[in-house]
Structure formats: structure tokens, C-alpha cells
Write a protein that binds this ligand. Structure first.
Ligand SMILES: [Zn+2]
Length: 416
């Protein structure tokens, strides 16, 4: 009898559980929250296509970024001024950076003035939201773009660049990169050099956000200690969830948050999912070789076709990460660093694989729904989508105002 009573009580409790744990999420609620949020993406590599002639207003069948899928969902884009390590040879890094800045200003903004608006401040982003336009901002990816000159850094700021990722996969003359963690001969600065610290200080003085995605862990700690403003990780993930060293440890996430910064969750499958990371690793070297071969194909249509074939072959061998993986990354980052220190940095068109359920900006309602079902509030979601990044931008702008009477830094890498 007692057994019966207990078991029926247990059954009742179990039946009630889903109701208590989860409110019924309506489509109207999902749409309203997604529309009202100021969605800011801090890393998009479509510029590597536009610089070669791709029009962002045309459907991007093989990629994640085009105007039709941005409109009505995305409020602000930080377009990557990506400078590959190969430009270091022969000192072509500044040339490439200037070309990438021009593709944002000419091919994206000036060619589509009804849809994009040039933006450099948090207020510009809010204004763009009110005017139903997409704010176009720029972040340099790869500190070698400044060719060891703070004058070039100031030029880039003047042209509108508002963050710089201190390294790409390559260690430069003043900062160690995560890409060289297994190569101590190349990664030799033990973080930032004295000149590298001056780069960070000058970024603070100008009002350019310091970005530590791609840097070696030691560089992260040096940048965090040197910067007098909050810093960002523009496209990273949680190493406790996926062991890829491009992701941040819990200790790093906590320290970044304690200093008021924000980490932006990368949608690349290798960042999101340990299963994908493990399964794709053995294939990567061979795939990378074929990818480099395909990049040499001159005809754009033939190149795109070969790229798609390679992608299909790869995904048939290693299934993509999922929307649930994105939610798990966000959730871990929030539990570790706090709700005020997590955002979105998709890396769209810069990674080989993204979750199919989140393959562009028009799919964000699916993420909104998933977060609501996990009991995130509308306010929480708005913070993650852009509110937190706006706060950091404002803090960086405020710090630059405080430093406005201090003179420009003149630092020579050779004398340090
Ligand atoms: Zn990157």
C-alpha cells in the first residue's frame, strides 16, 4: 500500500516536472524578442569574398552571409579586416589591410547605401537599429597588419577600425599566437613584448577594442593586465566544453568578465563540439592541403564548385555541430563569466562548418527559442545578442575620452 502511494506520488511529480521547468514558448514571443534585440556579430569574414568581387546583395549559396539573410535580423556587423600570415612575406600586410578596409567601405557600404551604414560607435549602432539599417563596423584580424608601427595603428583607427585581434594564427614581432602553441621556437615572446604592451596602451588611448581571440594564453594575460579598458574575445568559445586551444579556459573567462569584458561565442563546429573537434582532426591536414590547392583555381565559379565538393565530402565524413552545441557553449560561458559577459561572434564565412540550424542571421529565432526554453529571459537574450558588447564599446569610448589629453605613444619596436 505504502509502495503504491509513493509510486503514484512519484508519477504525479514526474508529470508535473516539464510544466514547472519550462513555460510554453510562443512564436510571437520568439519573434518579438529577436526583433527587439540589437543583434551584433563581432566577426564575419565575408570580406574575403567581397574583396574578390562577390556582391553581398546576391545570394551566397555556399556561404552564410548575404543581405537577404541579414536584413531584419542583424543590427551590426563587425566585418573582418583579415590579413593572412602570408602577407608578412615582403611586407604586404598594410597593403592587404587597406584593401580589406576598402572592400567594407566601397563594396559593402557605398554600394548599398540603403541597407548598410558606416558606424564606429555604440551610439551609431543604436541609431542604425532605429533606422532599420545594418551598422557596418570593422575589426582587424592579425596584429601584423600594423607592420610594427603605431602610426599605422592610428591610421587604421582614423579609417574606422574599432577592434584589433592582436594575432591571427601566426606569432608576430610583438605577440605570441595560439597557432604556435606547439612550436616554442616561433612562440618566443612569452606573451606580449614591451612594444606589444605599447600597442595595447595606444589602442586604449584611441578607443579601439583589444581582441584576444587567436592569441596564446600568455598574451591574453598580458593584454588583460596592460589594458586600462575592458577587452573582448571577438570569436572564441569555452575550452571546458571543447578542448580546442582557440577556446578560453574558465579561468580566462572569469578574469575577462571581472575586468568588464565580453567573450563572443564562435559558431564554427570545431569550436562548438568536442565530438566534431575529435572526429575532424585526423582529416584536417589532408583537407587543408586540398583547400589550398582549390584557392589557386583562378575561375571563381570553378573555385566555388570545387570548394563546395570538398565541403560536402568533409561533412559526409564528420556530421556538423548543432544548435544544442551553441546553447551549451553560451550556457557554460554564462555560468562561468556571468550573463553580462557573453555575446555572439559567428565567424560566418570564415569557418568550414557551422550548425545547419544556425547557418545565417535569419535563423536566429531558433536560438532565441532554444534559450527561452532553457529559461533565459528576454533581458538575458538581449544582453547576449548585443547589449553586453554595446556596454563594452561604451566603456572603451569612455576610457579614450579620459585619455584624450595624453600624447600619442611613440614606440619603436627595434629600441625596445
Ligand atoms: Zn579568426
Amino acid at each position: 500500500m505504502l509502495f503504491h502511494r509513493v509510486s503514484s506520488f512519484a508519477a504525479l511529480a514526474l508529470a508535473a516536472l516539464p510544466l514547472m521547468a519550462q513555460h510554453k514558448v510562443t512564436q510571437a514571443e520568439v519573434d518579438r524578442i529577436t526583433r527587439d534585440a540589437i543583434l551584433i556579430d563581432t566577426h564575419n569574414d565575408v570580406t574575403s569574398l567581397t574583396v574578390e568581387g562577390y556582391d553581398i546583395a546576391k545570394p551566397n549559396a555556399h556561404g552564410q552571409t548575404d543581405l537577404a539573410r541579414m536584413k531584419g535580423f542583424l543590427v551590426a556587423e563587425f566585418f573582418a579586416v583579415y590579413v593572412g600570415a602570408e602577407y608578412v612575406n615582403g611586407n604586404h600586410s598594410a597593403n592587404r589591410a587597406l584593401e580589406m578596409i576598402d572592400t567594407v567601405r566601397t563594396d559593402i557600404i557605398a554600394s548599398h547605401p540603403n541597407d548598410f551604414v558606416f558606424a564606429t560607435t555604440a551610439d551609431d549602432i543604436v541609431r542604425a537599429h532605429n533606422e532599420h539599417k545594418i551598422a557596418a563596423l570593422m575589426g582587424i584580424e592579425g596584429g601584423h597588419a600594423i607592420e610594427d608601427s603605431l602610426r599605422l595603428l592610428r591610421d587604421y583607427y582614423a579609417l574606422g577600425v574599432r577592434y584589433m585581434t592582436l594575432t591571427h594564427f601566426n606569432t608576430n614581432n610583438w605577440a605570441d599566437s595560439q597557432g604556435d602553441v606547439d612550436n616554442p621556437k616561433i612562440m618566443h615572446h612569452n606573451g606580449l613584448t614591451p612594444f606589444g604592451k605599447d600597442v595595447v596602451r595606444e589602442m586604449n588611448r584611441l578607443g579601439m577594442m583589444v581582441d584576444i581571440s587567436h592569441t596564446a594564453d600568455r598574451t591574453f594575460w598580458d593584454a588583460l593586465e596592460t589594458s586600462s579598458a575592458p577587452i573582448i574575445a571577438s570569436h572564441s568559445g569555452c575550452r571546458a566544453v571543447t578542448s580546442y586551444t582557440r577556446n578560453m579556459t574558465d579561468e580566462m573567462i572569469k578574469a575577462l568578465a571581472a575586468k568588464g569584458g565580453v567573450m563572443q561565442i564562435n559558431f564554427g563546429c570545431e569550436f562548438l563540439s568536442q565530438r566534431y573537434f575529435n572526429d575532424s582532426k585526423p582529416l584536417q591536414a589532408a583537407m587543408r592541403e586540398r583547400y589550398q590547392e582549390i584557392r589557386k583555381i583562378e575561375d571563381p565559379a570553378a573555385r566555388a564548385e570545387a570548394m563546395e565538393k570538398l565541403r560536402t565530402e568533409f561533412t559526409s565524413k564528420v556530421p556538423s555541430a548543432t544548435l544544442a552545441d551553441v546553447v551549451a557553449q553560451i550556457d557554460h560561458a554564462v555560468k562561468t563569466g556571468g550573463i553580462d559577459h557573453v555575446g555572439i561572434g559567428t565567424d560566418f564565412d570564415g569557418v568550414a562548418c557551422v550548425p545547419p540550424e544556425l547557418s545565417s542571421y535569419n535563423k536566429f529565432p531558433a536560438l532565441t527559442r532554444a534559450l527561452l526554453e532553457k529559461e533565459y529571459s528576454a533581458e538575458d537574450i538581449k544582453k547576449i545578442y548585443g547589449g553586453n558588447l554595446l556596454r563594452v564599446m561604451r566603456a572603451v569610448e569612455q576610457r579614450a575620452r579620459e585619455l584624450s589629453s595624453t600624447p600619442a605613444i611613440h614606440s619603436d619596436i627595434a629600441k625596445k
